[in-house]
Design a protein around this ligand. Structure first.
Ligand code: MEV
Length: 322
């Protein structure tokens, strides 16, 4: 029996703008997905017969990546993430499955987190008709603070390049790591609106808006600048600076029309106890994030306003075998 864990992620800055080559900054969070695999006489997933077509991430990893031909497996999944909420639950599932199968098939070979990030990205792309940035899978595999951009960003360490053939042509990204300072007294609190975040639809909506109103590209470039200055503040441990960059980022995202009344409701509920707050991920539902020194109070405010809170440190560890 083998168990692996991979964390979810929270985008601090740069969602949507990253689609246009601007940088995005994401941190891994404490919650994530655990996968346990055990040899069995039948293929079982979560106590039911395994149907590969219903689980494209898992079947892609088993059949295409590992080309596993061994005995049937019993696969159990435990998730502490809200799903379809912009927290990278499918990336965490892919990485956790990849890590568990690696340990199961090659128990003497150490787990290589860069290879795992690439396996996860391949599974995401396969399941999303060839459209997936490496942000979620790289942050979940490597942990810490990850910067994804069209080119290397100053003050970061280059880890690997990712390329993907998409229906719109070939795309490439530079995946870099930023060093997080010791952050003792500040947490992120995620607030789930309870509404699934339709990433594809939101990305398409922004593209249509820019098509109709080319001036909206100014918002994309502004998010790029905010992301760079937010990253500088984060690297320097200036959490007030990080919070104010998060607020500015949210204003720009609102101008791109990716916020919604439920996100605005949770953001205004936590404002007075937060260093900064914004939507995180694609918007249109999903989660908001507050940066705060009062996580308990912020979690209560989110609950009172009708959301579901999740408290985390910034940038916990990456994927691992348990
Ligand atoms: C979704 O979590 C983030 C987006 O920027 C889409 C992407 O990066 O592929 C909206």
């Amino acid at each position: 029996m083998v168990t692996a864990f991979a964390p979810g992620k929270c985008i601090l800055f740069g969602e949507h703008a990253v689609v246009y080559g601007e940088p995005a900054v994401a941190v891994s969070i404490d919650a994530g997905v655990e996968v346990t695999i055990t040899e069995s006489n039948k293929w079982i997933l979560e106590g039911m017969p395994f149907e590969p077509s219903r689980h494209p991430h898992i079947s892609h990893i088993i059949n295409d990546i590992f080309q596993y031909r061994g005995n049937p497996l019993k696969i159990d999944i435990r998730s502490s993430l809200f799903s379809a909420a912009g927290l990278g639950s499918s990336a965490a599932l892919s990485n956790s499955m990849g890590a568990a199968l690696h340990q199961f098939t090659k128990p003497n070979e150490p787990l290589d987190l860069i290879s795992l990030a690439k396996i996860g990205h391949s599974a995401e792309a396969n399941a999303q008709q060839g459209r997936a940035s490496p942000t979620d899978t790289a942050t979940s595999a490597l942990g810490g603070c990850i910067v994804v951009s069209g080119q290397k960003v100053r003050g970061t360490r280059h880890v690997f390049d990712a390329t993907l053939e998409t229906p719109e042509g070939s795309r490439s990204w530079s995946v870099c790591e930023a060093t997080l300072p010791e952050i003792e007294d500040t947490w992120i609190v995620l607030g789930f609106t309870g509404i699934g975040s339709p990433t594809g639809k939101m990305v398409e909506g922004v593209s249509e808006l820019i098509g109709k109103e080319p001036k909206k590209m100014d918002e994309i470039r502004a998010i790029g600048n905010i992301t760079s200055s937010g990253l500088d503040s984060l690297s320097a441990g200036d959490m007030e600076g990080v919070g104010s960059a998060m607020n500015s980022c949210h204003e720009r995202l609102r101008n791109l029309r990716v916020s919604c009344p439920e996100l605005e409701n949770l953001i205004s509920a936590v404002e007075s106890h937060s260093l900064g707050a914004k939507l995180t991920g694609a918007g249109g539902g999903g989660c908001m994030v507050s940066l705060t020194r009062h996580p308990k109070r912020v979690a209560e405010c989110i609950e009172i306003a009708g959301g579901m809170p999740l408290v985390s440190k910034l940038g916990s560890g990456g994927a691992r075998i348990l």
